[in-house]
Design a binder for this molecule. Structure first.
Ligand SMILES: [Zn+2]
Length: 131
């Protein structure tokens, strides 16, 4: 008679679900106790695996973040170097521009001087006869 009741109990062979004991009484029948032990071990293993997966996933995302940070860092270094190069180039251009402006000023003054001298030459002869 107890055998029939034991057969009525539900026990997951792979421990996927806790056993359901249909034996009348305050305690589980031995096969159900055994099945409960398997279920608890399987559950603990699943929880451990989940924790491990979570840790691995966290490590992966940390690694990705570190990679991203280092990418940003090297981008920053490259851009800083490029900026300094461009600033140097701009300084060179500014210097060349100032040199050209100075040369233009000198040329312009020379031309003005020549024009003035020419004017003086063209004015002088006409100034003589009036004397
Ligand atoms: Zn049972």
């Amino acid at each position: 008679m107890p055998k029939a009741k034991v057969r009525g109990c539900y026990q997951s062979s792979v421990g996927a679900r806790p056993p359901r004991c249909y034996v009348v009484g305050s305690v589980m029948c031995p096969p159900c106790v055994n099945a409960l032990g398997i279920y608890k071990r399987v559950k603990a293993n699943k929880a451990a695996k989940r924790r491990q997966d979570n840790r691995a996933s966290a490590a992966r995302s940390r690694q990705k973040k570190d990679q991203k940070t280092s990418d940003i860092h090297s981008d920053h270094l490259a851009l800083t170097a490029e900026f300094e190069e461009l600033a140097q180039e701009l300084a060179d251009i500014t210097r060349a521009s100032q040199a050209l402006a100075a040369a233009i000023t000198i040329k312009s003054e020379e031309r003005n001087g020549l024009v003035h001298a020419k004017n003086l030459r063209s004015v002088s002869p006409s100034a003589h006869p009036s004397k």
